[in-house]
Ligand binder design. Sequence first.
Ligand code: SAM
Length: 328
Amino acid sequence: MSGLYDSFSRPISYLRISVTDRCNLRCIYCMPTDGVRLVRHEDILTYEEIFAVAQTAADLGITKVRLTGGEPLIRLGLPQLIRMLGKIDAIDDISLTTNGTLLNRYAVELKSSGLNRVNVSLDTLRHDRFKFITRLGDNLDGVLEGIEMAKTVGLSPVKINMVVMAGINDDEVAEFAAKTIGGGWHVRFIELMPVSQGIVSSRHFVPANEIKKRVETLGELVPCPAIVGNGPSRYFRFPNATGTVGFITPISEHFCFQCNRLRLTADGKLLPCLLSQEEIDVKRALRQNMSTEELRELFKEAIARKPLGHHLTQGYLRLGRPFCRVGG
Ligand code: SAM
């Protein structure tokens, strides 16, 4: 077998890179109510350091990277990092996960720097709710403009990720699904992971089979292949739709058996799993001028420490790092 495999024979081909722990939103399911302690600027990896990690990852077999955060677009000069990553031959896909608030401003530059596509997190189409969920001002129109701009410049497919929460936004499921017919959107419904330390808890959980029933009030869903990427979503479409409907089920039907990823945090830790407490410090290695070979060994260690699966159920889990500091 060539390529990179973990101890359970899962191929590892995907690195999610968090470029900042800072965010310009305070989403109720993601950020603890009392905020998070921010990493000192000097402890955040520089673009050169991120590049060095990505190069090592690529040498070992990683072919896809996704930039995330925090909010990745608030880190200055992100297009520069994208251009650097684009020079790594083995990396054939560079994508970005964003809350979309700054997408309108940066879409053209992101495209020209070599970004392939974007996922936009959007949990409501209502102005008052946008404010409530993000705990900041209403910037819904800005996000919608960003989505259109991303499509216009060809950062496609643009996928819209909605975290469904009972009593908060679950009554909008059909409205989002309708956008796959009328607006050609690719919408993915994500099951809430009860990990936040804020006002959202397991009582807000809606299982994907329930979400799917609500989508099906609009018509019959037909299974379809993923449009691009090899993530955990299961895809469907309405017969007359140009867009697709996806379901991501970390709780009701977890997809750990097909996990193909590692995560790099903004402060330079490799995480074998989103939900475990394990961290491998690569920043120290980078700053102590360890050899490329030693950096590779740290990567291999992170892969060897990937657990078979997570144990998160509908109960509450207190994470060492909230999602906004991992990269979601
Ligand atoms: N700021 C960027 C954004 O909004 O897309 C990237 C980081 S954010 C942590 C990425 C995504 O993680 C969220 O929008 C959401 O889709 C996911 N996420 C965060 N907390 C979650 C939770 N408790 N359950 C399910 N998904 C969650």
